[in-house]
Design a protein around this ligand. Structure first.
Ligand code: ZN
Length: 349
């Protein structure tokens, strides 16, 4: 039996590192994503020994992607899920052409091949879920023949960035936008700021398929510090997503699509981490931390206090959530910190 690749690979891909682990199942070739530094020759450095990979929480191995380097799966008639392991997206085929969504950075040529597997039609539209380079960095490979659609905030960002890899959308909208191509309805919905500004949901009501990127990866805690600019709005956005009619969703990450109940599970984690942080702030007293501390430096003391709060919050969550979601040890303390910031500055609703 082939040894599964520890899911940490996925996280390290997300960390934008180029770490390579010897002996794992084939992964998509190391991606030089935003900020990632390409290896400059020689053997890539082995960061961890393989024997260290003994997950004691939930994890899903990345399946073998085969020689093609991607997996393709029909989510519904005419709707295709495309993944290269750590990243995913979807596209829609219609008699009038293809609707491409999020051409993943470094994976555009594979996405083109995947489209060719199922249709002779050419891309007509391209939708950006949001402006982030790792998700739309190969847009330039499709841009010549398509109309690009995105939220107005995404357009404004891309106008500022002037990145030739991410061409500026010709069509932008504020709240909602509906596209109907070849009889297939695609609703673009802006739930408000969460994972940055302009991050939209892409809903195919007749197909019962939803795409919502970077906010609720199935069976995973959210990425570093929730990668959010407005945590409360992000939660409201997930609640709004759950009110839509869909059976499966495309999260932007993971080797497979998610089920509605898996989105709900991640939402429960957001709320559980908020509650745990509140309880930790109540339990951990600054005076107690000060009495135990050896430091004379008030700045260090504050640091120790907030670390103690995050540690207690992490402890409260660990028993239930570590066996349920991937990434717990990597990201939960950071989530606790985010909630500390929130509870210190907001009257928590
Ligand atoms: Zn993003």
């Amino acid at each position: 039996m082939k040894k599964p690749c520890f899911r940490l690979e996925l996280f390290l891909a997300l960390f934008l590192t180029t770490a390579v682990f010897a002996g794992c199942s084939p992964l998509p070739k190391t991606n030089n994503m935003s900020g990632g530094k390409p290896e400059t020759g020689g053997k890539p450095k082995e960061v961890f020994k393989k024997s260290v990979f003994i997950p004691d929480g939930y994890y899903e191995p990345i399946p073998d992607l085969g020689a093609k380097g991607y997996l393709l799966q029909a989510l519904a008639p005419d709707v295709y899920f495309f993944t290269t392991g750590a990243y995913n997206t979807m596209f829609i085929t219609t008699p009038k052409g293809v609707v491409v969504i999020d051409p993943i950075h470094g994976k555009g040529p594979l996405l083109k091949k995947a489209i060719r597997e199922v249709t002779e039609k050419s891309p007509k539209y391209m939708i950006y879920s949001h402006a982030h380079l790792d998700h739309i960095g190969d847009a330039h490979l499709f841009a010549k023949d398509v109309q690009i659609i995105a939220h107005i905030e995404t357009r404004e960002r891309l106008e500022r960035y002037k990145d030739p890899h991410r061409p500026i959308p010709q069509i932008s909208f504020g709240k909602n936008y509906s596209l109907n191509l070849g009889g297939i309805q695609i609703d673009l919905i802006y739930p408000g700021e969460g994972h940055g500004k302009g991050n939209i949901m892409i809903h195919l009501p007749e197909k019962k398929v939803l795409m919502v990127v970077d906010v609720a990866t199935p069976r995973s805690v959210p990425f570093l510090n929730f990668v959010t600019t407005d945590i409360y709005s992000q939660i409201k956005g997930i609640e709004q997503a759950l009110n839509l009619d869909f059976d499966v969703y495309v999260a932007g990450h993971l080797h497979r699509p998610g089920l509605k109940k898996e989105m709900l599970e991640v939402l429960k984690y957001y709320l559980a981490s908020k509650r745990a942080n509140k309880a930790a702030l109540k339990k951990i007293s600054f005076q107690d931390v000060q009495a135990r501390s050896r430091t004379q430096d008030p700045e260090r003391l504050f640091g120790e206090y907030y670390q103690a709060v995050a540690k207690e919050c992490h402890r409260l969550l660990r028993k239930e959530w570590k066996p349920r979601l991937m990434g717990f040890e990597a990201f939960t303390s950071g989530h606790c910190d985010v909630w500390t910031g929130f509870h210190r500055t907001e009257v928590a609703p």
